[in-house]
Design a protein around this ligand. Structure first.
Ligand code: NAD
Length: 691
C-alpha cells in the first residue's frame, strides 16, 4: 500500500483529498460503482479548486475506492432535470487547473466516468480495466465532451467505432488506440504517482490536441459501417455528426452543440424506454432469498439432440462446460454433432466465443447410451413435447442420476409440476425454458416449480447467466410467462380475421406496434402443425361456449403448414422469400368473416389496441397469479424472447404511456371479442408500477 496522508479533507460525502509526497490525490468513494452523482460532481469541483491552490503539490490524481473507477453516471438522475454542477463545468475546471491531473483507472471507466478520465491530462489503467462510452446503447450520445476529446486522442475513425458501438475496450486495446496512456505495473496508485512525477509532468488537455490526420474516405467508411450496424438510428446519426465537429468547429462551440444534442436525447421516449430496460435487467438479476453460492457443475447432460438440445449443448460447450448429449436416435446424434459444430464455428466467426474453438469442441461428448448420464451434476431434458415420452425420461433420470443432482426440463407447455413429481426428486427439479434459436435468443425462463428448493433454483439461474442468457424467474403455469401471453395475443389476432381483417393487415399493424414480425408470419416460420395437433388434442375437452376460430384448421387442411411446405398464411417462393399474401387464404378469411357477420375492415389502430389489450390483460393476470415478479420483467420476456422492440421498452411500457381511459377501452374491446371465459386483470394497478 502507498502511504497516503492520513489527514484527508472531505469535499463532499463522496470526495476526499489527501497527498502522497508532492502529488494531490482525489478519491471518489460512492459505492457500489462510484456513479457520477451530484455529490461526486460537487465534491470534485471543490477538490480540483483545492488542488490548484495547494502549494505543496505539482500534480493531481483522480482515483476511486472500491471495485471500480466511475462506472457511469447515475442513470436515475437522467429522467429529471440534472442537478448542478453538471460534468461539463467540473471538466472545464480540471482542464483549467494549472497542474496536470491523472486519472488512475481500475475496473471500468464508462460513460461519464470515462469522460471524466478524458478531461484529465493523462490516463493510466490496470491491465484488466476497461473504458468506453456506452451512452449510445441507451439512446443518447456522450454529453460531457466525449465526442470531442476522444477523437483528438484516437482519430475520428476509432472514435466513431467506440462511440457508436458503445463497447467496453480493455486496457491493451485502449492503449493501442491511445484511449489510455499507460498500463500500470504493480500497485495502481503508486504507479500513478510515479507517472505524475515523470511522463505526466506536463499539462496536456485533450482540447489542446489536433485531431490525428485521416482521409475523408476512411472517415466515411467508418461512418457508413457504424450506420449500417445500427440501422441508421437517429442517435447514431447524431453521434457521428457530432464527432465530425472535431474537424470543423472550435472546441467550445462543439461542446455546446454536443450538450444540446445530449439533453434532447436524454429526455426522449426512446432513451426512457432503454433506461427502463436497463433497470429491469438489473432488478431481474437480483433474487433476494435465492441469492447465494450456486452448486458447482462439472458435467452437464442434455437429453435429446434436436433443434433445442443441440442449441443448448452449443451454449454449454461455448461457455466452458463439459457437456454430454444423449439421444436415442443415431441419426439425431449425427445431426446434432453437425449443428453444434457449425454453431460453434459461427460463434467464433462473429467474435462471440470466449475460448478457443478446439476447446469448445472438446467440451462435447455425444452418446446413445442413456446410462452415460449417471455422473452429470445437472441434466437438461429437451426430448419431444409429449407427456408420455417425457414422463419415461424423467423416471429414468431420477433412477440413474446421483442423489442431489439437478433435473431441468425445457418443456414449453406440459404440466411441469407433474414432470417434477415423476422424477422422484421434485426439490431438485426446475424448468429451464430456452428459446429458438438458442445461440441467438437471450431469454431463458427459469421456472420455479411447486417444490423446487432455493439451491436448485439458484444453480439454474447462475447457469443461465454463465451461458450468456437473461434468466427471468417464472411460475409453473401453462406457457409460463411468454407463451401464456402469446397464446392470448394470438387468439385475439385470429378473432380479428373473423371480424374483417386479413392476415397481412394484422401483421403490418402489429409490426408497426413494435414486434419484429406479426403473428401470422411468425406462425409460418415456426410451422402450423404443432398448434394444429394441440387444438385437435384439446377438441374433446373444449367448452363449446369458448370462441373458436376455424380458419387456421382450414389452412392446415390444405397442407399449408408454413414456410417448410412453401405455403401457410402466406405463399413462399424463390422470388418472395418473405412470403406474399395468397388469394386462397384471402378467400377463406373473407368467407369466414362473412359467416361471422363482419361488415367492414378493421383499421390499424383497432388491430393494435386489441393485440395490446390482450397482452396487458394477461400480464396483469400473471402478476396476480404470482407467476411473474414484475411488469418490467414481463417486458424483458417480450423484448428478449418475442421480438418486441427494446427501443419501445416493451408492450407494458408502451401501454403505461397511454391515457387510462384508452387502456380501459382496449380491455373492454378484448372482453367483448373474447366472450365466454374472459378474465379481467387489474391492468391499471400493474401499469402504475412502471416508472
Ligand atoms: P425435436 O423434435 O427437434 O428434438 C427432440 C429430440 O429428442 C430428437 O432428436 C429425438 O430423437 C430425441 N428424443 C426423443 N425421445 C428421446 C428419449 N427418450 N431419449 C433421448 N432422446 C430422445 O424437438 P425440439 O424442437 O428440440 O424440442 C424439444 C423440447 O424443447 C420440447 O419440449 C419443446 O416443447 C421445447 N421447446 C422447443 C422450442 C422450439 O422452438 N423448437 C422452443 C422452446 C422449447
Amino acid at each position: 500500500m502507498t502511504a497516503q496522508d492520513p489527514a484527508a479533507t472531505n469535499f463532499s460525502e463522496t470526495i476526499a483529498y489527501s497527498t502522497i509526497g508532492n502529488v494531490g490525490v482525489i478519491t471518489i468513494d460512492n459505492p457500489p460503482v462510484n456513479a457520477g452523482s451530484a455529490s461526486v460532481r460537487a465534491g470534485m469541483l471543490a477538490a480540483i479548486e483545492h488542488l490548484a491552490n495547494d502549494s505543496g503539490t505539482m500534480a493531481g490524481i483522480i482515483h476511486c475506492a472500491g471495485r471500480t473507477f466511475v462506472a457511469g453516471s447515475d442513470l436515475k438522475e437522467f429522467g429529471k432535470p440534472l442537478q448542478e454542477p453538471q460534468w461539463p463545468v467540473v471538466f472545464a475546471a480540471i482542464e483549467a487547473c494549472p497542474k496536470p491531473v491523472i486519472a488512475a483507472i481500475h475496473g471500468a471507466a464508462l460513460g461519464g466516468g470515462y469522460e471524466l478520465a478524458l478531461a484529465c491530462d493523462w490516463r493510466v489503467a490496470t491491465p484488466d480495466a476497461s473504458v468506453g462510452l456506452p451512452e449510445t446503447r441507451l439512446g443518447m450520445i456522450p454529453g460531457a465532451g466525449g465526442t470531442q476529446r476522444l477523437p483528438r486522442l484516437t482519430g475520428i475513425n476509432a472514435a466513431i467505432d467506440v462511440i457508436a458501438s458503445g463497447r467496453h475496450v480493455k486496457s491493451p486495446e485502449a492503449l493501442a488506440l491511445q484511449m489510455i496512456d499507460a498500463i500500470a505495473e504493480g500497485e495502481l496508485l503508486q504507479f500513478a504517482v510515479t507517472f505524475a512525477q515523470s511522463e505526466g509532468q506536463q499539462k496536456r488537455p485533450a482540447a489542446s490536441l489536433n485531431v490525428p490526420a485521416e482521409t475523408p474516405e476512411q472517415i466515411e467508411q467508418a461512418a457508413s459501417t457504424a450506420l449500417k450496424k445500427n440501422k441508421n438510428r437517429a442517435n447514431i446519426v447524431l453521434a457521428i455528426e457530432t464527432i465530425k465537429l472535431a474537424l470543423t468547429t472550435p472546441f467550445d462551440d462543439a461542446l455546446q452543440q454536443e450538450r444540446a444534442a445530449f439533453q434532447t436525447l436524454r429526455t426522449s421516449e426512446e432513451a426512457a424506454a432503454l433506461r427502463y430496460n436497463f433497470f429491469a435487467e438489473r432488478a431481474a438479476a437480483k433474487f433476494g432469498d435465492i441469492d447465494g453460492t450456486p452448486q458447482k457443475l462439472d458435467l452437464i447432460g442434455v437429453i435429446g439432440g434436436g433443434t433445442m438440445g443441440a442449441g443448448i449443448a452449443t451454449m454449454l460447450c461455448a461457455s466452458g462446460y463439459r457437456t454430454l448429449l444423449v439421444d436415442t436416435d443415431a441419426k439425431a446424434i449425427e445431426r446434432a454433432r453437425t449443428q453444434i459444430d457449425k454453431a460453434l464455428t459461427d460463434l467464433e466467426k462473429f467474435g462471440k466465443l470466449g475460448l478457443a474453438l478446439s476447446a469448445a469442441r472438446g467440451n462435447l461428448e455425444l452418446s446413445q447410451d442413456f446410462n452415460a448420464i449417471a455422473p452429470a451434476d445437472l441434466v437438461i431434458e429437451a426430448v419431444f413435447e409429449d407427456m408420455a415420452v417425457k414422463t419415461d425420461v424423467m423416471t429414468r433420470l431420477g433412477a440413474t442420476m446421483r442423489p442431489g443432482a439437478i433435473i431441468a426440463s425445457n418443456t414449453s407447455y406440459l404440466d411441469i409440476n407433474a414432470l417434477a413429481a415423476t422424477s422422484g426428486r421434485p426439490a431438485q427439479f426446475l424448468g429451464l425454458h430456452f428459446f429458438a434459436p438458442v445461440p441467438r435468443m437471450r431469454l431463458l425462463e427459469v421456472v420455479r416449480c411447486a417444490q423446487t428448493d432455493p439451491d436448485t433454483l439458484r444453480t439454474g439461474l447462475a447457469l443461465g447467466k454463465a451461458i450468456g442468457k437473461l434468466p427471468i424467474l417464472a411460475g409453473p403455469c401453462e406457457g409460463f410467462i411468454g407463451n401464456r401471453i402469446y397464446a392470448q395475443y394470438r387468439a385475439q389476432c385470429e378473432y380479428m380475421l373473423e371480424e374483417g381483417a386479413l392476415p397481412e393487415q394484422v401483421d403490418r399493424a402489429i409490426e408497426k406496434l413494435g414486434f419484429s414480425m406479426g403473428p401470422f408470419a411468425v406462425a409460418d416460420l415456426s410451422g402450423l402443425d404443432i398448434a394444429w395437433r394441440n387444438r385437435q388434442r384439446k377438441a374433446a375437452t373444449r367448452d363449446p361456449r369458448t370462441r373458436y376460430v376455424t380458419i387456421p384448421d382450414m389452412i392446415c387442411e390444405l397442407g399449408r403448414l408454413g414456410r417448410k411446405t412453401g405455403a401457410g398464411w402466406y405463399t413462399y417462393g424463390d422470388t418472395a422469400p418473405g412470403g406474399t399474401p395468397d388469394p386462397i387464404v384471402t378467400d377463406i378469411v373473407r368467407q369466414a368473416a362473412s359467416e361471422h357477420g363482419a361488415t367492414g375492415e378493421l383499421d390499424e389502430k383497432t388491430i393494435q389496441h386489441r393485440a395490446l389489450g390482450a397482452i396487458v390483460n394477461e400480464a396483469a393476470l400473471l402478476l396476480e397469479d404470482g407467476m411473474a415478479r414484475s411488469a418490467a420483467e414481463i417486458d424483458l420476456v417480450l423484448v428478449n424472447g418475442y421480438g418486441f422492440s427494446k427501443f419501445l421498452g416493451g408492450p407494458l411500457f408502451l401501454a403505461s404511456r397511454l391515457p387510462a381511459a384508452e387502456i380501459k377501452a382496449m380491455i373492454d374491446a378484448v372482453e367483448t371479442a373474447t366472450g365466454f371465459g374472459f378474465r379481467r386483470g387489474d391492468v391499471a394497478a400493474m401499469l402504475k408500477t412502471i416508472g
